[in-house]
Ligand binder design. Structure first.
Ligand code: ADP
Ligand code: MG
Length: 363
């Protein structure tokens, strides 16, 4: 009799367990993989891979990201004006004239830019506009007429540097204004704006419910959660080979909820007398930084990753490591001969150099 009761109890337990499992299975959200890409915003190609319950849900996140990127592109633009918007160009045009009332997205970017100067010991300076403009125009002339490509005169760069003092950028948070105190001053937010904007756009989509996605806006990559493909727990992201260029991958890193940005000498440059001059300018020498072929940074947010990648591309490795340990993040520095230095944390997430069990397939 006792035996019968025990068997019956067990059957009831097993049945209850099965029912629970069945309920769990049927309630468990099913995810499908979707992908979308677009060009234009921040003059770049953006790819979004995501796992969602439906195409409609995924399309909703894509729209949120795209709309926000377009909005921030206009606010952070230094070259173009837009009807009804005071943007960074407006601030530049009013240098030495008057403070400009700007949206809080601009105030936040400028505060971030000022902080970047301190965080990178002055290597990233968003008030370097006068110097960068000179390099920009010599680079454009050199690309149009390579035979006659020239370097900017040193005296012109030095004069421009006099007008590139970050303290001349005044941000009044209460009044909601930004002001450049001297005529001739100008902001160039190229080192920070895209990464900062992508993070804001992704944050909006996360708030709307996006939980598993990888957003790549022209190399500024933000990962949200992991892939839901049942194979991997982390996103596999390629670090481009700066020497071979093109689609060649130097390494693959595995990340979840982290951002990646790269600064390299292969993206924008011109050639003078057989030597390559890239678009990242060392604030000490006023010449293009040439220590590395590229630096890739992995950090919590893409604003920080983008800003640090530019700063670390300029500074010596040791200084970069000290900055990283304060700001938080990992990095790989790729030298011109193809050798690399990296932080211990980078090794742990690296396919080529590191500790993680290798997971299959790349995104
Ligand atoms: P990319 O725009 O190619 O992703 P970066 O994020 O490194 O590369 O930003 C490079 C841009 O940053 C340059 O095109 C220029 O507009 C700006 N820049 C270059 N040097 C500096 C610097 N020392 N401080 C601040 N901004 C810089
Ligand atoms: Mg950058």
């Amino acid at each position: 009799m006792i035996g019968m009761v025990t068997i019956t109890r067990n059957i009831i337990k097993i049945t209850a367990l099965c029912l629970m499992l069945a309920a769990l299975c049927s309630c468990a959200p099913k995810y499908a993989r979707f992908e979308e890409s677009f060009t234009g915003e921040f003059d770049t190609y953006t790819v979004i891979v995501g796992y969602a319950h439906s195409k409609k849900e995924f399309d909703g996140y894509v729209k949120i990201i795209r709309d926000r990127l377009l909005d921030l592109h206009q606010k952070y633009d230094i070259y173009n004006s837009y009807e009804g918007i005071n943007n960074i160009k407006t601030i530049n045009e009013n240098a030495g004239i008057s403070p400009v009332a700007v949206d809080k997205d601009i105030i936040e970017l400028l505060k971030f830019g000022k902080q970047a100067y301190d965080d990178t010991n002055g290597a990233v300076n968003i008030a370097l506009g006068p110097v960068l403009r000179i390099w920009h125009s010599y680079r454009n002339m050199g690309l149009e007429d390579p035979e006659n490509a020239k370097l900017p005169p040193v005296y012109a760069l030095r004069d421009a540097a006099e007008l590139s003092c970050i303290d001349g950028l005044l941000i009044d948070e209460v009044a909601g204004t930004a002001y450049l105190t001297e005529k001739g001053m100008s902001l160039d937010v190229g080192a920070v704006a895209k990464g900062f904007a992508v993070q804001l756009a992704v944050n909006d989509a996360k708030e709307a419910g996006m939980t598993f996605a990888l957003v790549n806006a022209g190399g500024d990559v933000v990962s949200v959660g992991g892939p839901r493909d049942g194979i991997r727990e982390r996103w596999a992201i390629g670090v481009q080979d700066p020497i071979k260029g093109g689609q060649d991958i130097f390494d693959t890193v595995y990340v979840n909820d982290a951002s990646i940005a790269t600064s390299g000498n292969y993206q924008r440059y011109y050639t003078v007398g057989g030597k390559r001059y890239n678009h990242i300018i060392d604030t000490e020498t006023l010449m293009p930084a040439e220590r590395f072929a590229s630096v890739t940074v992995i950090a919590e947010g893409s604003g920080i990753a983008d800003m640090l990648s530019t700063g670390l591309f300029i500074l010596p490795v040791d200084e970069g490591k000290a900055i990283l340990s304060k700001a938080g993040g990992e990095a790989v520095w790729i030298h011109h001969d193809g050798t690399a230095e990296m932080t211990p944390g980078y090794e742990k997430i690296s396919k080529t150099f590191g500790g993680l069990p290798h997971e299959s397939s790349c995104v």
